[in-house]
Design a protein around this ligand. Structure first.
Ligand SMILES: [Zn+2]
Length: 221
């Protein structure tokens, strides 16, 4: 009886310790990279949305075939500005990915996509501002964990970013819901930010190969 009581107390202690941690942050899903496996990509490294300030929640990619694909299943939202459109996808548990500078966008508002579905081509589009010096996709992550009440009176928390400028993405959007690229894994590559904008490393989890960014690496899938 005494031994059973001790075991039960220990188990209860363990559960109490684990639950608050588990509830504090949405677990990061198993994402692929946003292009087809079996090719290499260049990457300018980890940076903020405007490349000067704010949470470093973005990565530039220019895969060899130039085609951007959904890195995980989700629901497409088209964000509109005077200069055109760009694409975000809402995934499980409030995770959102963004795809800026794309041309020939091939998805539409509300579309349900599976991983690997073509979203468009890498490009130099500037629908809401910003700049681009060569065709690529600016790939960003956010965590939209707002409550229903917060979403009701806050368009940023609700994920409606129509007419939000590229600069505002690095400011008020990143402040509210930006999620650092640092420590995240996409397609078996672990990304870590560097001290500067447009820097960092990609580490292959299977081979332990470390690629300094800017640089290029292979997506074996
Ligand atoms: Zn970028």
């Amino acid at each position: 009886m005494f031994a059973t009581g001790v075991a039960a107390a220990a188990l209860t202690g363990g559960v109490l310790f684990v639950l608050p941690n588990g509830a504090s942050a949405a677990q990061f899903p198993t994402f692929g990279l946003p292009f087809a496996a079996g090719q290499s990509t260049g990457s300018a490294g980890i940076h903020s949305d405007d490349g000067t300030s704010g949470v470093k929640n973005a990565l530039d990619l220019n895969p060899d075939d130039g085609v951007v694909r959904a890195p995980l299943a989700g629901t497409v939202h088209i964000q509109h500005c005077d200069g055109g459109d760009w694409v975000t996808i809402d995934h499980v548990d409030g995770w959102r990915t963004g795809f800026y500078h794309m041309e020939q966008i091939r998805v539409s508002e509300g579309q349900q996509v599976e991983a690997g579905v073509e979203l468009g081509d890498i490009g130099n589009a500037l629908p809401c501002g910003g700049s681009s010096t060569g065709a690529h996709v600016h790939f960003t992550i956010w965590q939209l964990s707002a409550s229903a009440a917060e979403r009701a009176d806050n368009p940023i928390a609700a994920g409606n970013w129509d007419d939000v400028s590229y600069g505002e993405l690095s400011g008020k959007v990143a402040d509210a819901v930006g999620e650092p690229m640092d420590g995240k894994v996409f397609g078996g590559w672990l990304f870590n930010e560097g001290a500067e904008q447009y820097s960092g490393t990609a580490t292959n989890q299977a081979s332990s190969e470390v690629v300094e960014l800017p640089g290029s690496f292979d997506y074996t899938g």
